[in-house]
Design a protein. Structure first.
Length: 197
């Protein structure tokens, strides 16, 4: 990001870099950098709070007044203290013959579709596995748990990317099931601690 900012600046285009990792933005030294002590993935801070987000942007745009390289810190920090737990009503079992994780993923599909319709697919499935293939991917991981070697289980892609799509599918569905935007890691804790996947 900072390298690209320097290239743009050399061509006369002013840039601002927002960073969530202080040491990274300090070491890469963009021409104008604003460190925001916010959870990763939330560069403008509080989801669903346009006033807060506009203040972050206004602070960033103020850096354009400097003709010299400048590094600033946003004056509000947002932390995830791991105390918030995401509470989502899980769908009841529908197919008692299916593995519980597969049945659960099928039951979450309507919530997933509602969240995609409202928020878009910025974090859901689709990088390695499409939403229609999530249950097949889960079945492949179930085979691994049951003893099938990884390379024979039929995992549809690089396992880490496939598992990230499964998690994204669940966390996207959770947005439609929850009554508020959870703290940054609440969705991850919910996925790891309260689902079958």
């Amino acid at each position: 990001m900072s390298t690209l900012a320097h290239i743009f600046e050399a061509e006369g285009i002013a840039t601002i870099a927002l960073g969530s990792i202080k040491s990274q933005i300090e070491s890469t030294a963009p021409p104008r950098g604003l460190w925001c002590d916010f959870p990763l993935g939330r560069p403008l801070g509080v989801p669903g709070d346009p006033d807060f987000q506009h203040r972050v942007l206004a602070t960033a745009f103020e850096l354009l007044d400097s003709s010299e390289p400048i590094f600033a810190e946003y004056d509000v920090a947002i932390s995830d203290d791991a105390s918030e737990v995401l509470a989502c009503p899980m769908p009841p079992r529908h197919d008692p013959d299916a593995h519980p994780a597969v049945d659960e993923a099928n039951g979450l599909r309507p919530a997933y579709e509602r969240a995609i319709a409202e928020y878009g697919n910025r974090m859901g499935a689709g990088r390695a596995v499409q939403a229609d293939d999530i249950t097949g991917a889960i079945e492949a991981f179930v085979r691994v748990v049951e003893g099938t070697p990884w390379k024979e289980a039929g995992i549809p892609g690089i396992p880490s990317r496939v598992s990230q799509d499964i998690r994204g599918y669940y966390e996207t569905a959770a947005l439609a099931l929850s009554d508020h935007a959870p703290s940054a890691w609440a969705g991850t804790r919910w996925f790891l601690d309260h689902t079958e996947a």
